[in-house]
Structure formats: structure tokens, C-alpha cells
Design a protein around this ligand. Structure first.
Ligand code: NI
Length: 170
């Protein structure tokens, strides 16, 4: 396994719409494992391939993991939202590509998602709570969208300016 370099906004590669994988083979499984290692190392709850400069529809998540607790990773290829609830909820989101910043985003509370798991099995499952938030946030990445894109241009400018400062101190 290898740790990957996470792209930071406003990197233009974060705007690329990722391509579907034809099947989950050893090379895709390796990407999933490297992405998970990177996500855990950077204390993230989710990571999309777009964020590490890989043009494939792959996301990984772990919404229960914390230092000392058992890991419960999700690995998904070609994730697709089949249904979402009219009911919405607001969460304070963060993103490894927008380090040090957080912001409230309103999204559907419940979703049904279809994806290929690491064994190339087609899975359909319902998700709510943090998992639903995370899946929607990561699928947005695969479509070239960041959570700050939901904010007003002014608020985005303020965040990007803070990021620039953050980067120069890093
Ligand atoms: Ni993110």
C-alpha cells in the first residue's frame, strides 16, 4: 500500500468528471486500498479518486472510525444514487481538499445507492446519517464538485483565500 498526494482547492484537476471503471479488478482494488490508507493517515471520513488525481469513479469511506476503534471501511466503484428522500438535513462538512475549513451543507437525509464493491459485486443499499452525507459528498467529487460550490461566490472566495494562507504556512 502507498499513501497518495491529496489535491488542494482550487486545483483544476478537482473539476474533472471521473470515468466509470469497467470492472473492479486487482488494479482498482489497489487504488481503493491506497486511497483508504491515505484517508486514514489524513484523518478523513471519505476520499474520492478525483482528489488524488485518479480519473476513475472510485470512493472510499469510514464514518465510524476513530483512533482506537475498529475500522469499518466502505469501498465503492461507479456509485450511483438511485433515490433520495425529500427530507433534508444539514451537516457541518469538511474535506481533505479544503483543509482546515468546514461549512454547513443541506442534502437529502436518506438515499439509495448502487455500486460495485471490492469483489466486483453489484450492491444496492440504503444509507442515512453520516454515511448518506459522505456518499453524496464523495460522488460530488467524482462529478468535479466540492462542497464549497454550494456556497455563495463571496463565501467561496473567503474560504479559498484562507486556504491560500493555510498552504503557505504548511
Ligand atoms: Ni471532500
Amino acid at each position: 500500500m502507498a499513501q497518495l498526494n491529496v489535491l488542494i482547492a482550487p486545483d483544476p484537476r478537482l473539476k474533472i468528471v471521473a470515468k466509470p471503471v469497467s470492472s473492479v479488478d486487482d488494479s482498482v482494488r489497489k487504488i481503493m486500498d491506497d486511497m483508504l490508507e491515505t484517508m486514514y493517515a489524513e484523518d478523513g471520513a471519505g476520499l474520492a479518486a478525483t482528489q488524488v488525481g485518479i480519473d476513475k469513479r472510485i470512493i472510499v469511506m469510514d464514518v465510524v472510525w476513530d483512533e482506537g476503534s475498529k475500522r469499518a471501511p466502505f469501498k465503492m466503484a461507479n456509485p450511483e444514487i438511485l433515490w433520495c428522500s425529500e427530507e433534508t438535513s444539514i451537516h457541518n462538512e469538511g474535506c481533505l481538499s479544503v483543509p482546515g475549513q468546514r461549512g454547513e451543507v443541506e442534502r437529502p437525509s436518506k438515499i439509495k445507492v448502487r455500486y460495485l464493491d471490492e469483489k466486483n459485486t453489484l450492491i444496492e443499499r440504503d444509507a442515512d446519517g453520516m454515511l448518506a452525507v459522505c456518499i453524496q459528498h464523495e460522488i460530488d467529487h467524482l462529478n468535479g464538485k466540492l462542497y464549497i460550490d454550494y456556497f455563495s461566490p463571496l463565501k467561496q472566495q473567503i474560504i479559498l483565500r484562507k486556504l491560500k494562507k493555510y498552504k503557505s504556512y504548511a
